[in-house]
Design a protein around this ligand. Structure first.
Ligand code: NAD
Length: 375
């Protein structure tokens, strides 16, 4: 069996999920290739040794350029803070590497465009960690919309709500500055639902946003006597108009007390509706207007082997899969498959760039208090 050698940049929270996926996809999927955890780059030598040993990499480095320039690496997986993505991805593309980059792909749309152009110029496989569109239920929703089961789509709404940042004692990190993160809840969580919105409904044409910051200063992690100003949103809501004319709403917050990973989507049409909440990730709620009057109401479809990726659940039985790790496993499977076949991948850096454009349009709209059109 041939091998794909992985060079990972960053060994933090999401690196764990990616590593688990590289190890499990040959077991869960019919793959004629084995991903090898070859080299891990971290911010300094101590962190690199620690992370490489815990995650099971053969080598470690404190300089990510060692990975991007190495003839021994096939795929560069960027799971570092967002402000590093563009530089690493462009260098990796120029060295002819396939690239998987976490979301949002850059802190600005201009950088995201440069990444897209560099990957296109080099002709390398490029993908983005928008894992929620890899969920069986989201793919089934897409199928129902495409097949016309909902009739003519009239409205769309989505929100992604979490609550960890509602704690004022939570220390300052790179996530709380625009220059390092590209935005707050909107860039972090909102990027996922903007991607799902585009995936289900097509391009967004115009936006009218409103943003709020609830906690304006946070203590530094290493010196609690000092604090740093937060310049990003804790909460964003936006009215949107899709290019197909459908109106909708996108709302996100990382400070909604009581909500944990509430990624919700509702699409309504002339003949039916679908509704999804990641807090119950196996369930897609489908309403058919064709049901007789005495049986109307949403039915719960439980994800199983009949659904996209269903046979690749860790345990392939109805209702047993579709958690967060399954979505990452599916994403990594698609990436490894594309690298092996040298085929194109979606979501790609193009999609990452489009999402960054929507983020910036919402930010601009909020600060100018007016609708903003996208190109
Ligand atoms: N798809 C998802 O659901 C998901 C979830 C979480 C995070 N993310 C994204 O993944 C990225 C990383 O997020 P995270 O939560 O893992 O962050 P994190 O802060 O937990 O981890 C980032 C790691 O990168 C390391 N790092 C910093 N500078 C580096 C350098 N110069 N070279 C190599 N490593 C360096 C840090 O030491 C840290 O260990 C972000 O872009 C984030 O938006 C995606």
């Amino acid at each position: 069996m041939s091998q794909i050698k992985i060079g990972m940049v960053g060994g933090g929270a999401i690196a764990r999920a990616h590593v688990l996926a590289y190890s499990s996809v040959p077991i869960l999927h019919d793959l004629q290739v084995k991903p090898v955890l070859s080299n891990l780059a971290e911010a300094n030598v101590d962190l690199a040794i620690q992370a490489a040993s815990k995650l099971g990499f053969e080598n470690h480095t404190a300089d990510w350029r060692t990975l991007t320039s190495s003839s021994d690496i096939d795929l560069v997986d960027i799971v570092a803070p967002t402000y590093l993505h563009a530089e690493v991805a462009i260098d990796a593309a120029e060295h002819g590497k396939a690239i998987l980059c976490e979301k949002p792909i850059a802190t600005t749309a201009a950088d995201a465009k440069k990444m897209y152009e560099a990957a296109s110029r080099a002709g390398v496989v490029n993908g983005v960690g928008f894992n929620y569109r890899r969920l069986s239920a989201i793919l089934l929703a897409k199928k129902l919309i495409t097949e016309g089961a909902l009739g003519k789509i009239t409205q769309f709404r989505t929100n992604f709500l979490e609550d960890w940042a509602s704690n004022p004692k939570m220390a300052f990190t790179w996530r709380y500055k625009k220059i390092t993160a590209g935005g707050g809840a909107l860039a972090d969580l909102g990027s996922h639902i903007i991607d799902v919105s585009r995936f289900l409904m097509g391009e967004i044409k115009s936006v009218c946003g409103m943003q709020e910051t609830f906690i304006e200063n946070r203590k530094l992690p290493n010196d609690r006597s000092k604090s740093e100003q937060v310049d990003v949103d804790d909460y964003t809501t936006a009215l949107v108009r899709f290019a197909n004319g459908v109106p909708g709403t996108i709302e996100t917050s990382w400070a909604t007390v009581g909500r944990k990973v509430a990624l919700q989507i509702e699409v309504n049409g002339s003949e039916g509706s679908v509704y999804y909440n990641f807090e119950n990730p196996n369930d897609l709620h489908y309403y058919s207007g064709a049901d007789p009057n005495d049986r109307q109401g949403h039915r719960t479809i439980i994800m199983g082997t009949a659904h996209p990726y269903g046979t690749s659940f860790t345990f392939p039985a109805t209702g047993s899969g579709a958690g967060f790790q399954d979505s990452i496993n599916n994403e990594i499977y698609e990436v490894v498959n594309a690298v092996m076949k040298r085929s194109s991948l979606a979501p790609s850096f193009y999609d990452g760039w489009k999402v960054n454009q929507v983020i910036e349009a919402i930010q601009e709209s909020s600060s100018k208090k007016k609708w903003v059109d996208l190109e």
